[in-house]
Ligand binder design. Structure first.
Ligand SMILES: Nc1nc2c(ncn2[C@@H]2O[C@H](COP(=O)(O)OP(=O)(O)O)[C@@H](O)[C@H]2O)c(=O)[nH]1
Ligand SMILES: [Mg+2]
Length: 410
Protein backbone atom coordinates (compact mmCIF):
# COMPACT_ATOMS: atom_id res chain seq x y z
CA UNK A 1 0.00 0.00 0.00
CA UNK A 2 1.45 3.40 -0.98
CA UNK A 3 1.24 6.47 1.19
CA UNK A 4 -1.32 7.93 -1.12
CA UNK A 5 -3.38 4.87 -0.93
CA UNK A 6 -3.27 4.75 2.84
CA UNK A 7 -4.21 8.45 3.00
CA UNK A 8 -7.20 7.95 0.83
CA UNK A 9 -8.35 4.91 2.73
CA UNK A 10 -7.97 6.84 6.00
CA UNK A 11 -9.97 9.60 4.40
CA UNK A 12 -12.58 7.08 3.37
CA UNK A 13 -12.66 5.61 6.81
CA UNK A 14 -13.11 8.98 8.44
CA UNK A 15 -15.83 9.88 5.97
CA UNK A 16 -17.50 6.56 6.58
CA UNK A 17 -17.18 7.14 10.30
CA UNK A 18 -18.73 10.62 9.98
CA UNK A 19 -21.51 9.22 7.84
CA UNK A 20 -22.13 6.46 10.28
CA UNK A 21 -22.20 8.96 13.13
CA UNK A 22 -24.64 11.07 11.17
CA UNK A 23 -26.78 8.03 10.50
CA UNK A 24 -26.69 7.08 14.15
CA UNK A 25 -27.66 10.63 15.10
CA UNK A 26 -30.51 10.55 12.61
CA UNK A 27 -31.64 7.19 13.92
CA UNK A 28 -31.51 8.54 17.45
CA UNK A 29 -33.64 11.52 16.45
CA UNK A 30 -36.01 9.24 14.62
CA UNK A 31 -36.32 6.99 17.64
CA UNK A 32 -36.91 9.99 19.83
CA UNK A 33 -39.60 11.24 17.47
CA UNK A 34 -41.18 7.81 17.43
CA UNK A 35 -41.12 7.66 21.21
CA UNK A 36 -42.71 11.08 21.41
CA UNK A 37 -45.34 10.07 18.89
CA UNK A 38 -46.05 6.94 20.86
CA UNK A 39 -46.35 8.94 24.03
CA UNK A 40 -48.74 11.35 22.33
CA UNK A 41 -50.75 8.43 21.06
CA UNK A 42 -50.86 6.92 24.53
CA UNK A 43 -51.96 10.23 25.96
CA UNK A 44 -54.64 10.53 23.34
CA UNK A 45 -55.79 6.99 24.08
CA UNK A 46 -55.95 7.82 27.76
CA UNK A 47 -57.97 10.92 27.03
CA UNK A 48 -60.28 8.89 24.85
CA UNK A 49 -60.60 6.30 27.56
CA UNK A 50 -61.45 8.97 30.10
CA UNK A 51 -64.03 10.40 27.70
CA UNK A 52 -65.49 6.94 27.15
CA UNK A 53 -65.56 6.36 30.85
CA UNK A 54 -67.46 9.61 31.24
CA UNK A 55 -69.94 8.49 28.60
CA UNK A 56 -70.25 5.10 30.30
CA UNK A 57 -70.87 6.74 33.65
CA UNK A 58 -73.48 9.00 32.09
CA UNK A 59 -75.03 5.99 30.44
CA UNK A 60 -75.11 4.19 33.73
CA UNK A 61 -76.55 7.20 35.45
CA UNK A 62 -79.21 7.19 32.80
CA UNK A 63 -80.40 3.80 33.87
CA UNK A 64 -79.32 4.06 37.45
CA UNK A 65 -80.05 7.42 38.98
CA UNK A 66 -77.92 7.88 42.04
CA UNK A 67 -79.89 10.79 43.36
CA UNK A 68 -81.97 9.32 46.12
CA UNK A 69 -82.99 12.44 47.92
CA UNK A 70 -86.69 11.76 47.44
CA UNK A 71 -86.67 8.00 47.50
CA UNK A 72 -86.86 6.19 50.77
CA UNK A 73 -86.24 2.54 51.20
CA UNK A 74 -89.41 0.73 52.13
CA UNK A 75 -89.59 -2.09 54.59
CA UNK A 76 -87.45 -5.10 54.08
CA UNK A 77 -90.43 -6.76 52.50
CA UNK A 78 -91.20 -9.25 49.82
CA UNK A 79 -90.87 -6.62 47.07
CA UNK A 80 -87.44 -5.67 48.33
CA UNK A 81 -86.22 -9.24 48.45
CA UNK A 82 -87.57 -9.95 45.00
CA UNK A 83 -86.01 -6.76 43.54
CA UNK A 84 -82.65 -7.56 45.07
CA UNK A 85 -82.81 -11.07 43.65
CA UNK A 86 -83.62 -9.80 40.16
CA UNK A 87 -80.69 -7.39 40.31
CA UNK A 88 -78.38 -10.08 41.61
CA UNK A 89 -79.50 -12.46 38.85
CA UNK A 90 -78.18 -9.91 36.36
CA UNK A 91 -74.78 -10.00 37.97
CA UNK A 92 -75.08 -6.70 39.82
CA UNK A 93 -72.88 -6.42 42.87
CA UNK A 94 -74.34 -5.20 46.13
CA UNK A 95 -72.37 -1.96 46.02
CA UNK A 96 -73.66 -1.23 42.51
CA UNK A 97 -77.29 -1.31 43.52
CA UNK A 98 -79.05 1.93 44.35
CA UNK A 99 -82.14 2.62 46.38
CA UNK A 100 -83.72 3.96 43.20
CA UNK A 101 -83.34 0.67 41.41
CA UNK A 102 -84.89 -1.32 44.21
CA UNK A 103 -87.64 1.24 44.48
CA UNK A 104 -88.33 1.10 40.75
CA UNK A 105 -88.34 -2.68 40.55
CA UNK A 106 -90.70 -2.91 43.51
CA UNK A 107 -92.95 -0.42 41.76
CA UNK A 108 -92.79 -2.36 38.51
CA UNK A 109 -93.62 -5.59 40.24
CA UNK A 110 -96.55 -4.00 42.04
CA UNK A 111 -97.55 -2.28 38.80
CA UNK A 112 -97.72 -5.54 36.92
CA UNK A 113 -99.65 -7.19 39.71
CA UNK A 114 -102.96 -6.84 37.90
CA UNK A 115 -101.54 -8.41 34.75
CA UNK A 116 -100.05 -11.12 36.85
CA UNK A 117 -103.22 -11.84 38.79
CA UNK A 118 -105.20 -12.50 35.67
CA UNK A 119 -102.45 -14.44 34.04
CA UNK A 120 -99.75 -15.97 36.12
CA UNK A 121 -101.72 -16.99 39.17
CA UNK A 122 -104.12 -18.87 36.96
CA UNK A 123 -101.25 -20.23 34.95
CA UNK A 124 -99.54 -21.52 38.05
CA UNK A 125 -102.76 -23.09 39.25
CA UNK A 126 -103.15 -24.80 35.92
CA UNK A 127 -99.57 -25.86 35.44
CA UNK A 128 -98.86 -26.58 39.06
CA UNK A 129 -95.84 -28.76 39.61
CA UNK A 130 -97.07 -31.50 37.35
CA UNK A 131 -95.51 -32.09 33.97
CA UNK A 132 -97.03 -30.07 31.13
CA UNK A 133 -99.74 -31.70 29.07
CA UNK A 134 -101.22 -30.71 25.70
CA UNK A 135 -104.30 -29.51 27.65
CA UNK A 136 -102.25 -27.21 29.85
CA UNK A 137 -100.78 -25.73 26.67
CA UNK A 138 -104.30 -24.87 25.49
CA UNK A 139 -104.96 -23.16 28.80
CA UNK A 140 -101.72 -21.25 28.53
CA UNK A 141 -102.66 -20.14 25.03
CA UNK A 142 -105.94 -18.69 26.29
CA UNK A 143 -104.19 -16.93 29.16
CA UNK A 144 -101.58 -15.33 26.94
CA UNK A 145 -104.20 -14.05 24.51
CA UNK A 146 -106.24 -12.66 27.40
CA UNK A 147 -103.22 -10.78 28.74
CA UNK A 148 -102.93 -9.06 25.33
CA UNK A 149 -99.71 -10.79 24.46
CA UNK A 150 -101.00 -10.95 20.88
CA UNK A 151 -101.62 -13.82 18.49
CA UNK A 152 -98.17 -13.86 16.89
CA UNK A 153 -96.20 -14.02 20.11
CA UNK A 154 -98.65 -16.45 21.68
CA UNK A 155 -98.28 -18.77 18.69
CA UNK A 156 -94.53 -18.55 18.91
CA UNK A 157 -94.45 -19.42 22.60
CA UNK A 158 -96.97 -22.23 22.36
CA UNK A 159 -95.30 -23.80 19.33
CA UNK A 160 -91.93 -23.71 21.05
CA UNK A 161 -93.39 -25.31 24.15
CA UNK A 162 -95.23 -27.95 22.10
CA UNK A 163 -92.02 -28.85 20.31
CA UNK A 164 -90.22 -29.21 23.60
CA UNK A 165 -93.07 -31.27 24.97
CA UNK A 166 -92.85 -33.67 22.03
CA UNK A 167 -89.22 -34.28 22.80
CA UNK A 168 -89.25 -34.63 26.57
CA UNK A 169 -91.28 -34.49 29.75
CA UNK A 170 -91.48 -30.88 30.92
CA UNK A 171 -92.12 -30.23 34.61
CA UNK A 172 -94.15 -27.23 35.79
CA UNK A 173 -91.14 -25.35 37.12
CA UNK A 174 -89.16 -26.03 33.99
CA UNK A 175 -92.15 -24.99 31.89
CA UNK A 176 -92.22 -21.58 33.57
CA UNK A 177 -88.51 -21.11 33.02
CA UNK A 178 -88.88 -22.03 29.38
CA UNK A 179 -91.84 -19.65 29.09
CA UNK A 180 -89.79 -16.81 30.57
CA UNK A 181 -86.96 -17.44 28.11
CA UNK A 182 -89.37 -17.50 25.17
CA UNK A 183 -91.11 -14.29 26.23
CA UNK A 184 -87.79 -12.57 26.72
CA UNK A 185 -86.56 -13.68 23.33
CA UNK A 186 -89.65 -12.13 21.72
CA UNK A 187 -89.09 -8.76 23.39
CA UNK A 188 -85.35 -8.86 22.81
CA UNK A 189 -85.58 -9.50 19.08
CA UNK A 190 -86.37 -5.95 17.91
CA UNK A 191 -83.92 -4.58 20.47
CA UNK A 192 -81.14 -6.80 19.10
CA UNK A 193 -82.13 -5.92 15.53
CA UNK A 194 -81.78 -2.23 16.32
CA UNK A 195 -78.17 -2.77 17.41
CA UNK A 196 -78.73 -0.57 20.46
CA UNK A 197 -79.31 -2.16 23.81
CA UNK A 198 -80.19 0.88 25.84
CA UNK A 199 -81.21 4.08 24.12
CA UNK A 200 -79.07 7.00 25.26
CA UNK A 201 -78.18 10.26 23.52
CA UNK A 202 -75.00 9.98 21.45
CA UNK A 203 -72.34 12.44 22.48
CA UNK A 204 -71.02 15.06 20.07
CA UNK A 205 -74.21 15.20 18.02
CA UNK A 206 -77.63 16.66 18.46
CA UNK A 207 -80.07 13.91 19.38
CA UNK A 208 -83.70 14.71 18.66
CA UNK A 209 -86.32 12.48 20.22
CA UNK A 210 -89.81 12.98 18.85
CA UNK A 211 -92.42 11.82 21.34
CA UNK A 212 -95.45 10.73 19.34
CA UNK A 213 -98.74 8.97 19.99
CA UNK A 214 -102.48 9.57 20.28
CA UNK A 215 -104.05 11.88 22.85
CA UNK A 216 -103.90 10.95 26.49
CA UNK A 217 -101.45 8.04 26.30
CA UNK A 218 -98.91 9.94 28.40
CA UNK A 219 -96.62 11.70 25.91
CA UNK A 220 -96.15 14.91 27.87
CA UNK A 221 -95.74 13.09 31.16
CA UNK A 222 -93.20 10.72 29.62
CA UNK A 223 -91.29 13.60 28.08
CA UNK A 224 -91.14 15.26 31.49
CA UNK A 225 -89.72 12.11 33.05
CA UNK A 226 -87.23 11.74 30.19
CA UNK A 227 -86.07 15.33 30.65
CA UNK A 228 -85.40 14.58 34.29
CA UNK A 229 -83.57 11.33 33.56
CA UNK A 230 -81.48 13.01 30.89
CA UNK A 231 -80.50 16.15 32.76
CA UNK A 232 -79.69 14.14 35.89
CA UNK A 233 -77.39 12.05 33.71
CA UNK A 234 -75.51 15.17 32.59
CA UNK A 235 -76.87 15.41 29.07
CA UNK A 236 -77.55 19.00 28.03
CA UNK A 237 -81.26 18.80 27.48
CA UNK A 238 -83.88 21.02 25.89
CA UNK A 239 -87.62 20.63 25.39
CA UNK A 240 -89.64 21.75 22.36
CA UNK A 241 -93.34 22.30 23.01
CA UNK A 242 -94.59 21.30 19.58
CA UNK A 243 -98.07 20.30 20.72
CA UNK A 244 -99.59 23.63 19.79
CA UNK A 245 -103.15 22.30 19.51
CA UNK A 246 -103.96 21.99 23.18
CA UNK A 247 -104.01 25.30 24.99
CA UNK A 248 -102.75 23.90 28.28
CA UNK A 249 -100.04 21.76 26.72
CA UNK A 250 -97.28 24.35 27.10
CA UNK A 251 -98.10 25.02 30.76
CA UNK A 252 -98.13 21.30 31.50
CA UNK A 253 -94.74 20.93 29.84
CA UNK A 254 -93.35 23.98 31.63
CA UNK A 255 -94.14 22.35 34.97
CA UNK A 256 -92.08 19.30 33.98
CA UNK A 257 -89.33 21.53 32.61
CA UNK A 258 -89.14 23.41 35.91
CA UNK A 259 -89.03 20.19 37.90
CA UNK A 260 -86.14 18.80 35.90
CA UNK A 261 -84.44 22.19 35.37
CA UNK A 262 -84.71 21.92 31.61
CA UNK A 263 -85.68 24.89 29.42
CA UNK A 264 -88.81 24.69 27.32
CA UNK A 265 -88.89 26.34 23.89
CA UNK A 266 -92.43 27.31 23.01
CA UNK A 267 -94.58 29.69 21.06
CA UNK A 268 -97.64 30.77 22.94
CA UNK A 269 -99.34 32.57 20.09
CA UNK A 270 -102.60 31.04 18.90
CA UNK A 271 -102.32 28.56 16.03
CA UNK A 272 -98.56 28.49 16.27
CA UNK A 273 -97.01 26.11 13.76
CA UNK A 274 -95.45 23.04 15.45
CA UNK A 275 -92.71 22.94 12.82
CA UNK A 276 -91.86 26.57 13.61
CA UNK A 277 -91.48 25.71 17.29
CA UNK A 278 -89.10 22.90 16.32
CA UNK A 279 -87.21 25.36 14.10
CA UNK A 280 -86.69 27.71 17.07
CA UNK A 281 -85.80 24.83 19.36
CA UNK A 282 -83.11 23.58 16.98
CA UNK A 283 -81.59 27.03 16.80
CA UNK A 284 -81.51 27.15 20.58
CA UNK A 285 -80.10 23.63 20.79
CA UNK A 286 -77.33 24.48 18.32
CA UNK A 287 -76.44 27.65 20.16
CA UNK A 288 -76.29 25.84 23.50
CA UNK A 289 -74.63 22.74 22.07
CA UNK A 290 -77.40 20.61 23.53
CA UNK A 291 -77.08 16.84 23.55
CA UNK A 292 -80.77 16.04 23.56
CA UNK A 293 -83.82 17.85 22.25
CA UNK A 294 -87.11 16.31 23.40
CA UNK A 295 -90.05 17.22 21.18
CA UNK A 296 -93.60 16.99 22.50
CA UNK A 297 -96.11 16.55 19.69
CA UNK A 298 -99.86 16.70 19.31
CA UNK A 299 -101.84 13.49 19.09
CA UNK A 300 -105.26 14.13 17.72
CA UNK A 301 -106.43 10.95 16.13
CA UNK A 302 -109.47 12.35 14.33
CA UNK A 303 -107.23 13.97 11.79
CA UNK A 304 -104.56 11.36 11.62
CA UNK A 305 -103.39 12.41 8.19
CA UNK A 306 -102.75 15.92 9.46
CA UNK A 307 -100.88 14.41 12.33
CA UNK A 308 -98.64 12.36 10.05
CA UNK A 309 -98.12 15.38 7.76
CA UNK A 310 -97.16 17.40 10.80
CA UNK A 311 -94.63 14.78 11.89
CA UNK A 312 -93.03 14.57 8.47
CA UNK A 313 -92.87 18.38 8.31
CA UNK A 314 -91.07 18.41 11.66
CA UNK A 315 -88.66 15.74 10.44
CA UNK A 316 -87.92 17.67 7.25
CA UNK A 317 -87.01 20.76 9.25
CA UNK A 318 -84.65 18.76 11.44
CA UNK A 319 -83.05 17.09 8.40
CA UNK A 320 -82.54 20.44 6.73
CA UNK A 321 -81.16 22.29 9.73
CA UNK A 322 -79.10 19.54 11.33
CA UNK A 323 -78.48 16.83 8.75
CA UNK A 324 -76.30 14.85 11.12
CA UNK A 325 -78.77 14.92 13.98
CA UNK A 326 -79.79 11.55 15.36
CA UNK A 327 -83.56 11.37 15.20
CA UNK A 328 -85.54 8.92 17.28
CA UNK A 329 -89.30 8.71 16.81
CA UNK A 330 -90.67 7.14 19.94
CA UNK A 331 -94.27 6.01 20.04
CA UNK A 332 -95.94 6.25 23.42
CA UNK A 333 -98.49 3.54 24.15
CA UNK A 334 -100.85 3.30 27.10
CA UNK A 335 -100.67 -0.29 28.35
CA UNK A 336 -104.20 -0.13 29.73
CA UNK A 337 -105.53 0.22 26.19
CA UNK A 338 -104.42 -3.32 25.36
CA UNK A 339 -105.11 -4.34 21.77
CA UNK A 340 -106.03 -0.77 20.92
CA UNK A 341 -102.43 0.17 21.62
CA UNK A 342 -101.30 -2.50 19.20
CA UNK A 343 -103.58 -1.00 16.53
CA UNK A 344 -102.11 2.44 17.16
CA UNK A 345 -98.60 1.05 16.89
CA UNK A 346 -99.41 -0.57 13.56
CA UNK A 347 -100.93 2.56 12.06
CA UNK A 348 -98.17 4.87 13.31
CA UNK A 349 -95.48 2.47 12.18
CA UNK A 350 -96.81 2.64 8.65
CA UNK A 351 -96.58 6.39 8.30
CA UNK A 352 -94.42 7.84 11.04
CA UNK A 353 -91.15 5.98 10.59
CA UNK A 354 -90.92 4.91 14.21
CA UNK A 355 -87.70 3.77 15.84
CA UNK A 356 -89.00 2.66 19.21
CA UNK A 357 -91.85 2.47 21.69
CA UNK A 358 -92.45 3.60 25.23
CA UNK A 359 -95.10 1.77 27.23
CA UNK A 360 -96.78 3.83 29.93
CA UNK A 361 -99.30 3.24 32.71
CA UNK A 362 -98.02 -0.22 33.48
CA UNK A 363 -99.12 0.51 37.02
CA UNK A 364 -102.53 -0.86 37.79
CA UNK A 365 -103.47 -2.29 34.42
CA UNK A 366 -104.13 -5.92 33.69
CA UNK A 367 -102.85 -5.65 30.15
CA UNK A 368 -99.09 -5.35 30.43
CA UNK A 369 -98.81 -8.15 27.90
CA UNK A 370 -99.27 -5.68 25.06
CA UNK A 371 -95.54 -4.97 25.26
CA UNK A 372 -94.98 -8.41 23.80
CA UNK A 373 -97.46 -7.87 21.00
CA UNK A 374 -95.78 -4.60 20.02
CA UNK A 375 -92.38 -6.29 19.94
CA UNK A 376 -93.54 -9.28 17.93
CA UNK A 377 -96.04 -7.74 15.55
CA UNK A 378 -94.67 -4.25 14.94
CA UNK A 379 -91.02 -5.11 15.48
CA UNK A 380 -90.52 -2.04 17.65
CA UNK A 381 -87.84 -2.03 20.33
CA UNK A 382 -89.32 -0.96 23.64
CA UNK A 383 -87.05 1.74 25.00
CA UNK A 384 -88.63 2.92 28.22
CA UNK A 385 -91.51 1.92 30.45
CA UNK A 386 -93.53 4.10 32.77
CA UNK A 387 -95.30 2.90 35.86
CA UNK A 388 -96.71 5.93 37.65
CA UNK A 389 -97.15 9.67 37.42
CA UNK A 390 -94.07 10.67 39.42
CA UNK A 391 -90.93 12.15 37.85
CA UNK A 392 -88.93 9.01 38.56
CA UNK A 393 -91.55 6.56 37.37
CA UNK A 394 -89.83 5.90 34.05
CA UNK A 395 -86.94 3.61 33.38
CA UNK A 396 -84.97 2.28 30.44
CA UNK A 397 -86.57 -0.96 29.39
CA UNK A 398 -84.96 -4.14 30.62
CA UNK A 399 -86.50 -7.34 29.23
CA UNK A 400 -85.16 -9.50 32.02
CA UNK A 401 -86.70 -7.33 34.70
CA UNK A 402 -89.91 -6.97 32.77
CA UNK A 403 -90.46 -10.69 32.30
CA UNK A 404 -89.44 -11.42 35.89
CA UNK A 405 -91.96 -8.84 37.09
CA UNK A 406 -94.61 -10.26 34.79
CA UNK A 407 -94.10 -13.74 36.21
CA UNK A 408 -92.98 -12.62 39.64
CA UNK A 409 -94.80 -15.28 41.60
CA UNK A 410 -92.48 -17.92 40.42
N1 LIG B 1 -101.00 5.91 36.37
C1 LIG B 1 -100.27 6.48 35.39
N2 LIG B 1 -100.71 7.59 34.79
C2 LIG B 1 -99.98 8.15 33.82
C3 LIG B 1 -98.74 7.58 33.40
N3 LIG B 1 -98.25 8.35 32.41
C4 LIG B 1 -99.15 9.35 32.22
N4 LIG B 1 -100.19 9.24 33.06
C5 LIG B 1 -101.40 10.10 33.16
O1 LIG B 1 -102.13 10.06 31.93
C6 LIG B 1 -102.77 11.29 31.67
C7 LIG B 1 -102.45 11.79 30.27
O2 LIG B 1 -101.07 12.07 30.22
P1 LIG B 1 -100.41 13.14 29.21
O3 LIG B 1 -98.97 13.11 29.43
O4 LIG B 1 -101.08 14.47 29.34
O5 LIG B 1 -100.80 12.48 27.82
P2 LIG B 1 -100.60 13.08 26.33
O6 LIG B 1 -101.94 13.59 25.90
O7 LIG B 1 -100.20 11.91 25.50
O8 LIG B 1 -99.55 14.12 26.39
C8 LIG B 1 -102.31 12.23 32.78
O9 LIG B 1 -103.30 12.31 33.75
C9 LIG B 1 -101.06 11.56 33.32
O10 LIG B 1 -100.84 11.89 34.66
C10 LIG B 1 -98.28 6.38 34.07
O11 LIG B 1 -97.23 5.79 33.78
N5 LIG B 1 -99.10 5.88 35.06
MG1 LIG C 1 -99.57 16.10 25.83
Amino acid sequence: MTNNESDSSREWASQAYALLKQKQELKKQEDQLKAEELKAKELKAEELKAEQLKVEVNKQNFSNLQDDTEVKLGDFDDDFTWSAMVLAAQGKKVNEISVDEIDWLSKLRRGLEETRKGFVSELLDKLGDDPLTPESLDDLETLLIRADVGIDSTDKVINALRKKLNEEVVGGEEGIKFLKDELRAIIEKPIKNSGTNILVPQKGKLNVWLIVGVNGVGKTTTLGKLAYLSSKSNYKTLIAAADTFRAAAVEQLQVWGDRSEVDVISNRSKNADPAAVVFDAINAANKRKSDLLLVDTAGRLQNKNNLMDELSKIKKIIDKKVPDAIIESLLVLDASQGQNGLKQAKSFAKSANLSGAIITKLDGTSRGGVSLAVSAEVNLPIRFIGAGEGIKDLRPFNSFEFVEALLADR
